[in-house]
Design a protein around this ligand. Sequence first.
Ligand code: IPM
Ligand code: MN
Length: 330
Amino acid sequence: MAHDIAVIGGDGIGPEVIAEALKVVEAAGVEIDTTDYELGGSRYLRDGEILSDETLDQLRGHDVILLGAVGTPEVAPGVIERGLLLKMRFDLDLYVNQRPFVGTAPGHSEPHDFVVIRENTEGPYVGEGGVLRKGTPNEVATQGSVNTRLGVERCIRYAFELAATRPRQHVTLVHKTNVLTFAGDLWQRTFDEVAAEFPAIDTAYNHVDAACIYFVQDPHRYDVIVTDNLFGDILTDLGGAVSGGIGLASSANLNPARSGPSMFEPVHGSAPDIVGTGQANPTAAILSAALMLDFLGETAAAERIRAACDDPVDGSTAAVGDAIAARVGD
Ligand code: IPM
Ligand code: MN
């Protein structure tokens, strides 16, 4: 049966890179049925829709969602991000954000291979807080971070289950337990309790500031990293930077319980400055499609796509897509 994919090209280079990703999936011989959803900044500017309940319900009916990028300079920061991207992550309960990093960091000779498991539905992203006396000298802004036992535990458990399938069998918790003592304590205790259920898996803990140094100077120490939403956001941009660039960084927003569709997207944004120039690298979108195929059980096709992305290709967006599609089809 063909896999039923909702496609949100989105804004900027999003549609350009998604076209290449779909080209490669088809070249891999995977049967797909796609439905396009025009969502993002341009749609919002046209008729005011960001993501209605009705559209969200339609999205729920698909097997998976493939997304390019959303956000446009004409719309204030946060409007589309919160109303579309975060709304999907929260309302579809995409509680794991999985971001793999394979590459050779600058100054190193051996490749690293680690994956960041970022909690995707809590932390400072929930939008708890507010503003008082805006624009006055006494202005107050608060922005809370929500950490629930359920949210933290299911994310950490996913990280251990993933580590159990990998050769290194290692999980590192990254947090800031020396300062964020309330949330840090919940994360550390939950981590220790889940770790006790996986005696074969080795564990470590790094403060997030130290992890930034290790990402650059000693990335080989990592196998699976588990961390909160905001630390994971920041660390995964750094992960991209030390693994060949953000043009290669893929991600999966997963609902591992499969109570609804999961969503797959490159980590890069809409890059409005290079729209239509053919400069966008579609590899991150193609590798995100490979993560999608993993999740759909099309593991052999996903492996072939990853192998085809191993050797970098130079050229325009379409030329890179064509070259990878040709390798996959061989
Ligand atoms: C990401 C992005 C998003 C995030 C933005 C666009 C809301 O940076 O997926 O990493 O902060 O999660
Ligand atoms: Mn980010």
